[in-house]
Structure formats: structure tokens, C-alpha cells
Design a binder for this molecule. Structure first.
Ligand code: F6R
Length: 609
């Protein structure tokens, strides 16, 4: 959600900014812009639409030439997507780009209007530019002082890249809530919303903390606190290389990331298994701590919440501990019954989702212990939780989450195994057996990926549908939720997931020959029951796609198409069965010609509530 890149160095700044922004496209945006110092003057170029539209505009009207500047991709919040609302925004001497939301922008704007300032856009961002500019004028030209004064007034979330007309070849950066890193290269420095934007120039970076101000020059970056005292920062090195953030021969990031799942699972679970047993001690999780939790709440959004649903079934079955799964935006305003003795697990790929972060803070306030399962290193959720398990999926660029979900559920399994053992609900032999099976899943997923053409054939039969239903029972229901979300977000075909046994209570009235049903039936104990539900929809004309075990050969009246899965432990089947659901969604979107990696209206990292 909004991407920021800034650069000071020797390269052509506009090219670096455009390149960096293109690597942040996955965050979602609807307009873009850059500001570059050209002969010591700030030149701005911005455009509604894609980066290609901005590049085209610069081809027509001239590209700003210089070696320092800031760039931005905007996901509209205040004011429609348009040229005038695109960032950068300026006061008279200050130009900036912003990610986040200024909650008190109205009050600040009224004040600025009252002192004679005028506005050229509908954005909250322009208020920040004018406010810094106001203090800059008041203090006769001290950038850091002006920024600090403005920071004290701003409420909400922000990451800002700021340039001052009087200080060419310098970029200032600061943040609260919204992420921002400072990259350090040789004779050049960068700012970026995340490290993928600058990986091709440098892997060294500082994580900027709230209340810190970075001042970038060609010679590097210095970071100050609000009293203008320099802070010694730890230089971090990204463990992803540039190829991790490129398509590597695949037509889309999404299909690349689907194929990366076996490796992602291996990389995530291997360091957490010692002598064949789950071992989360490096994450601050010990059997003693686990044994003390009386209840668990999993709080997350979207796909991450669906991973929590799988976790609920697995934990309750194995460890006999009550698990509530909550949507973060509901949890935070629901006055949840959470307190001491409870564990709140926050699952998040980005680690920056505003509602999940707020839920984490609320859980801590209420006295619960918190565990974050996060993919993005150094993100806010990762830093604020009491305990942390990083998933090692590498950068996930496609907006539709696939490999992050896969590793989230892999971690939920490891956690459930260790919890069940700590609670005495399973013995060591069972824990060892389940852990060994989890280690087999990467090979199983590889084998399923080989059937991707079959998923494409199935997708071909779905593209004319206006609406679909996904059904399943138990873990298959938890999985159906994810299958349905995947399909709708990238193919724009409406779909819902239903507990198969719930259909008869209303929804079955929707079934006609125009409403295909994707039925997931992998759980042997529930198998006959799900098959009966499938027959009910089939009898009412629905075209049925069955995702089930190879060993089950459907009778004539059960399915029109079947995607077969290897016979494997019931409990672990979601790790396998999600793959055809991802593939079917992917190929349906490809066949429909949608923007698979960057579906309309969506942002990868939802940093506003
Ligand atoms: C869907 C998807 C979203 C995210 C959700 C939470 O494919 O990716 O539903 O799962 O926005 O994001 P994170 O995991 O970053 O907190």
C-alpha cells in the first residue's frame, strides 16, 4: 500500500526511482510520481495510472535529470486517483512523499488555511508538506527542526521521504507505523518501503524506527533522534538476493511463488526441528511456557486468518486447547475476552497490517502473551510481539498470497505438535511421527505441482461462471475459505466458501447449472458426509470439481472433474490440497486475462485500517 523510494548518489535518479518503484508495484497503487533535483531545482513528474503511464509522460514532457530525489506509488485514500492527488506534494520549499494516513489532517489543514496556505490537492499528504514548510519558514531554514516540530503535531501513520529546495542532493526520511528502510551503497544511499526496491544496488540497510530521522547524502546516511542527537544504527544485511524478487522465467510472480512452496516449507521448518522433534526454543517458545497457556486466540486478516483457521482445527484436535480465530479488524473493536493465561497469535506476511498490529497491541494491553508468525524481517509486528517465529518464504511479490500461507500453516503444525506434547496430549512417539510427516510435505507438494496442466484444464471450464461455491468439512472447510478468496481476488469471479453441511440451511437455493461447486474432500472421517453433500448439489445441476485423494474413484453422479492428491495423513492434507486450489485460481485468472500479480483495488501490505 503506497511505495516509497528515495535516492542520493551518482546514478540517474529518475531511473533508480522508477526501477525501485517497479519492484514495489506489488504493494498496490493507482498513481505514481517522482521529484528530482535538476540543477539544484526540484522537478516533479507525476501521473495517474501505472508506472508505464508515468514513464510515457516523462518521455513526452522530459525526464527530470539529476542524482537525488524521491519517488512514490500511491494507493488512494484521501482523494481520488488523479494527477493532482499523486505524490510528491509540495509546500513552497518542501516536497515529500508519504505512505500512511494522517488522522488529524482536517484540523491541521484548517490551521494552515487560517495562516494563508493554499492547497492544490485533496490529500492528507499535502497537509504534511505544508506543515513542514510552515515550520521551515518559521525557523528560517532548519530542515530537521521543521520535521521534528511537524512530527509532534501529526497523528496517524506515516513514512515520509522529504526534500528541501535549499538542500539539493539531500534526502530526509522518517516514519511512524508505516515501514521505511535506509539502504547504504557505495557512494550512494537510498530509502525504500521495503528492501526489495533496492536489492539490485545494495543489500545493506538500516531499519528506521519511529521517532528517528535519517539524513541521506551521497556519502551515506546519518540517523538522528528528535533532539538531533546522532544514533548509532546496526547495519543489517538482507538475506534475499535480487533474483528472489524477480520472476525468474515465470510469466507471473504468483506462479513462481506457488512453485517456491516446497523450498519455502523446507527453509521454514528445518531449523525448527532438532533430532526429529519440533524445537521452537530459538523463537522464545519453551515447553514450560506452552504448558501454561489455557486458551489461544489467532488474530489475522485475509489469507493469514485462513491459516489461523487451519491452525485451530489442528491445535484443538492434537493439543485439546481451545482456539478462537478472529479477524483482526473485528477483534480490535470487539472488547474481546482476552487476558492473563491466554496466548494471542498474530499471523502476518508483511508484519505491517494495521489491524493486526493494533490487535497485537490490544492483546498485550489486556495481559495476554503474544506470538507473531511473520514473514517480513524487522517488521512492526515482528518487533512488538513477545515471541516470534519468522516464516522463511522469501519476498512474496504477488498480491495474492500463496507461499506465505503455506509456510504459515507449516509453522502452525510445528507449533501444534510442540504444544500437544507440552500439554501431554500426545506422546513423544506421536510427535516424532507427525514431525517426520511434515518433513515429507515438500516432496508431496512437488509431485502435485507436476499436475498443473490438469489444474489449467479445470480452470478453463470455470472462466464463464459468474459465481462459484467452495465447500468442505473440517479442515477441508478451512481450506475452502482460502481457495475461494484466491479465486475471487485475482479472477474477479464471485465465490463463497461454505461448510458443506451448512448448504441445506439456505445456500443450496443458489445452486443451478450456472453455479459451479469446488468440493474439497480429503478428510477420511468426514468423507462420506461430504460426498453426500456433493451429490445434493450435483443433483441440482451444479458442475462439480472435486479435490480429493487419488484413492477415491468418484461414482458417475459425483464429480465432473477431479483433481487427485496423494494419500497422506488427514491432519496434514491442507498442505497438499491448497496447491490445486491456488493453481485453479491462478489459471482461471490467466485465462480471463486479469492482472494476476496486481489485481485491481488491492494492496499487498494493508497499512491503513
Ligand atoms: C490475500 C492476501 C491478504 C493478506 C491480508 C493480510 O491473498 O494476501 O488477504 O493475507 O491482507 O496480510 P498480512 O499477512 O501481510 O498481514
Amino acid at each position: 500500500m503506497c511505495g516509497i523510494v528515495g535516492y542520493v548518489g551518482k546514478r540517474d535518479c529518475a531511473d533508480v526511482l522508477l526501477d525501485g518503484l517497479s519492484r514495489l508495484e506489488y504493494r498496490g497503487y493507482d498513481s505514481a510520481g517522482i521529484a528530482v533535483f535538476e540543477n539544484d531545482e526540484i522537478k516533479v513528474a507525476k501521473s495517474k495510472g501505472r508506472l508505464a503511464d508515468l514513464a510515457e509522460k516523462m518521455r513526452r514532457e522530459g525526464k527530470p535529470q539529476g542524482c537525488a530525489g524521491i519517488g512514490h506509488t500511491r494507493w488512494a485514500t484521501h482523494g481520488e486517483p488523479s494527477d493532482r492527488n499523486s505524490h510528491p506534494h509540495s509546500g513552497s520549499r518542501v516536497t515529500l512523499v508519504h505512505n500512511g494516513i494522517i488522522e488529524n489532517y482536517k484540523r491541521l489543514k484548517d490551521f494552515l488555511l487560517s495562516v494563508g496556505r493554499t492547497f492544490a490537492s485533496d490529500t492528507d499528504t499535502e497537509v504534511v508538506a505544508q506543515l513542514i514548510d510552515y515550520y521551515y519558514e518559521e525557523n528560517h531554514g532548519n530542515p530537521v527542526d521543521a520535521i521534528v516540530k511537524a512530527m509532534k503535531e501529526l497523528e496517524g501513520s506515516y513514512a515520509l521521504g522529504v526534500i528541501f529546495a535549499d538542500f539539493p542532493d539531500m534526502v530526509y526520511a522518517l516514519r511512524k507505523e508505516s515501514p521505511l528502510i535506509v539502504g547504504i551503497g557505495e557512494d550512494e544511499s537510498f530509502i525504500a518501503s521495503d528492501v526489495t526496491a533496492i536489492l539490485q544496488y545494495t543489500r545493506n540497510y538500516y531499519l528506521l524506527e519511529p521517532g528517528e530521522i535519517a539524513v541521506l547524502t551521497r556519502r551515506g546516511a546519518k540517523v538522528y533522534d528528535l533532539h538531533y542527537q546522532q544514533i548509532e544504527k546496526e547495519l543489517k544485511t538482507a538475506d534475499w538476493d535480487v533474483s528472489a524478487a524477480e520472476k525468474g522465467g515465470y510469466p507471473h510472480f504468483m506462479i513462481k511463488e506457488i512453485h517456491e512452496q516446497p523450498t519455502a516449507v523446507k527453509t521454514t521448518i528445518t531449523p525448527r526441528i532438532t533430532d526429529g522433534m519440533p524445537d521452537l526454543s530459538e523463537c522464545g517458545i519453551t515447553p514450560e511456557k506452552l504448558a501454561a497457556f489455557r486458551r489461544i486466540h489467532v488474530v489475522a486478516c485475509g489469507t493469514a486468518m485462513h491459516a489461523g483457521m487451519v491452525g485451530k482445527y489442528v491445535i484443538e484436535k492434537l493439543a485439546k486447547v481451545e482456539v478462537n480465530v478472529d479477524i483482526a479488524s473485528e477483534f480490535r473493536y470487539r472488547e474481546p475476552l482476552v487476558g492473563e493465561g491466554d496466548l494471542v497469535i498474530i499471523i502476518s506476511q508483511s508484519g505491517e497490517t494495521a489491524d493486526s498490529l493494533a490487535a497485537l497491541r490490544l492483546a498485550k494491553e489486556l495481559g495476554a502473551k503474544t506470538l507473531a508468525i511473520v514473514n517480513a524481517k524487522g517488521s512492526s509486528i515482528a518487533r512488538e510481539a513477545d515471541m516470534l517465529i519468522y516464516t522463511h518464504a522469501g519476498p512474496e511479490i504477488a498480491v495474492a498470497s500463496t507461499k506465505a500461507y503455506m509456510v504459515q500453516i507449516a509453522v502452525m503444525y510445528l507449533f501444534a505438535f510442540e504444544l500437544a506434547l507440552a500439554k501431554g496430549a500426545i506422546d513423544e512417539a506421536e510427535c516424532r511421527r507427525l514431525t517426520a510427516l511434515l518433513q515429507e510435505t515438500p516432496a508431496q507438494i512437488e509431485a502435485i505441482l507436476e499436475q498443473k496442466d490438469h489444474a489449467a484444464q479445470i480452470a478453463n471450464t470455470l472462466i464463464t461462471a459468474d459465481s462459484l461455491l467452495y465447500i468442505g468439512r473440517g479442515l477441508d472447510y478451512a481450506l475452502s475459505m482460502e481457495g475461494s478468496l484466491k479465486l475471487k481476488e485475482i479472477s474477479y469471479i464471485h465465490s463463497e466458501s461454505y461448510a458443506a453441511g451448512e448448504l441445506k440451511h439456505g445456500t443450496i437455493s443458489l445452486i443451478t447449472e450456472n453455479m459451479p461447486v469446488i468440493a474439497v474432500a480429503t478428510q477420511q472421517k468426514l468423507f462420506d458426509k461430504t460426498i453426500s453433500n456433493i451429490k445434493e448439489v450435483k443433483a441440482r445441476g451444479a458442475k462439480v470439481v472435486l479435490v480429493s485423494r487419488d484413492s477415491y474413484v468418484p461414482e458417475k453422479d459425483v464429480a465432473d472433474f477431479k483433481f487427485g492428491l496423494p494419500d497422506f495423513e488427514d491432519l496434514l492434507m491442507p498442505m497438499l490440497a491448497v496447491v490445486p486450489l491456488q493453481l485453479i485460481a491462478y489459471y482461471t485468472a490467466v485465462l480471463k486475462g486479469t492482472d494476476v500479480d496486481k489485481p485491481r483495488n488491492l494492496a499487498k501490505s494493508v497499512t491503513v485500517e
